[in-house]
Design a protein around this ligand. Structure first.
Ligand code: KG4
Ligand code: ZN
Length: 350
């Protein structure tokens, strides 16, 4: 079975073709060998809109949906070409329904509905957050349950317990800014461009992560929620008062310290959640999971706790359609649907 998946929830237009593995096969490339082999990614084309939004220091929703409209046909065409198949070889369509920017979601959803309707094939609507979590299973299909997952992106920061495949219990989420949003806002304030995470990582690479003593943000109750707005405000206040700017010799240390405290806050919550939920493995996903400092802190904690850690390769952390196809194949295998559901609707919030 081949799935064509489309992702347009925010500012990346992406299309992918995946082929489901034969149910009886054994994937010996994973350790331990997996009896539930991952689908093969035949193509995963991602077109970023960074250049469109960079002058504004953040995503402009109306520009994002217009850009999706301009590029989606070419991106889907390229995904098919790279996979070496035509639309007649597609058995299933998959598309992100939400959460995300409603106009952007509707572009992908309408496009996918049109294809599925014309070709009389089933269409599976996929939740974006579930897709980020499932990205981990594309490379580590045999990971042991229960799994504790940290999803950290530009729009979301949340902890989930997965007792078994396709089941998610929300353990905690951010009460204000997502971690990626805090990084993006600091970069915007410093005039470093958008998205902020990668530029902060690059400019802070040689900085001393202990140069600035930011307090690790903690919530006052015993919840597993996150909060990044206090930390962001403290950083913005420092920038304003010290006149810190691009080119300042203190900038790398400042950025490295900020990145470090964000990583510490995230891993601290994972530690608390792992103590309570006793998972067998850990996964890290979402765009901020590309960050080397966070990846290293996360893996170090997993080693210390004796837990298996799965951190997807960077291209599967940021928004991409392969992760959407992965969810659709699993959901379709669990509950096949006969044809396209044209009543599928997009949703902005989870
Ligand atoms: O998952 P994603 O592509 O989109 C959302 O669903 O939000 O995540 C985008 C976020 C942005 O906030 C971006 O700054 C952050 O991921 N990001 C990074 C890095 N690459 C992307 N943050 C830290 N370090 C990176 N290398
Ligand atoms: Zn995302």
């Amino acid at each position: 079975m081949r799935v064509l998946a489309i992702e347009t929830s925010c500012d990346e237009t992406s299309a992918a073709v995946l082929r489901a593995a034969d149910p009886g096969t054994r994937d010996s490339s994973t350790c331990p060998p997996s009896l539930t082999p991952a689908p093969e990614i035949l193509s995963n084309v991602v077109m970023s809109q960074d250049e469109v939004h960079a002058p504004y220091g953040g995503v402009v929703p109306e520009l994002a949906s217009r850009q999706h409209i301009k590029t989606i046909t070419a991106i889907v065409g390229e995904a098919l070409e790279r996979a070496g198949v035509g639309l007649e070889a597609i058995d299933l369509y998959a598309v992100t329904r939400g959460p995300g920017l409603i106009g952007s979601l509707l572009v992908g959803l309408s496009f996918a509905k049109g294809l599925a309707y014309y070709h009389k094939k089933p269409l599976v609507g996929v939740d974006h957050l579930e897709a980020h979590l499932e990205a981990c299973f594309l490379e580590s299909p045999g990971i042991a349950f229960p799994v504790l997952g940290l999803l950290v992106s530009g729009g979301h920061t949340a902890l989930y317990l997965m007792p078994k495949p396709l089941e998610y219990e929300l353990l905690g989420r951010t009460r204000d800014d997502a971690a990626g949003e805090a990084l993006d806002k600091i970069a915007k304030f410093l005039g470093l461009g958008y998205p902020g995470g990668p530029v902060i990582e690059r400019l802070g690479r040689d900085g001393d992560a202990g140069a600035f003593a930011f307090a690790v943000p903690r919530t006052k109750d015993r919840s597993l929620d996150f909060s990044f707005s206090g930390l962001k405000t403290a950083a913005l206040k420092h920038i304003r008062e010290s006149g810190l700017s691009h080119g300042d010799p203190c900038l790398p240390g400042f950025l490295a310290s900020f990145e470090e405290v964000v990583a510490k806050a995230l891993v601290e919550r994972v530690r608390e959640a792992a103590d309570r939920a006793r998972p067998r493995s850990l996964i890290l996903c979402g765009g901020v999971a590309r960050n080397e400092r966070l990846r290293a802190r996360f893996r170090a904690f997993a080693r210390e706790a004796g837990l298996e850690a799965c951190v997807p390769s960077p291209k599967l952390c940021t928004d991409n359609a392969a992760m959407v196809g992965a969810v659709a194949l699993k959901r379709f295998a669990a509950r096949p649907v006969p044809g396209p559901d044209l009543d599928l609707d997009a949703y902005a919030r989870s």
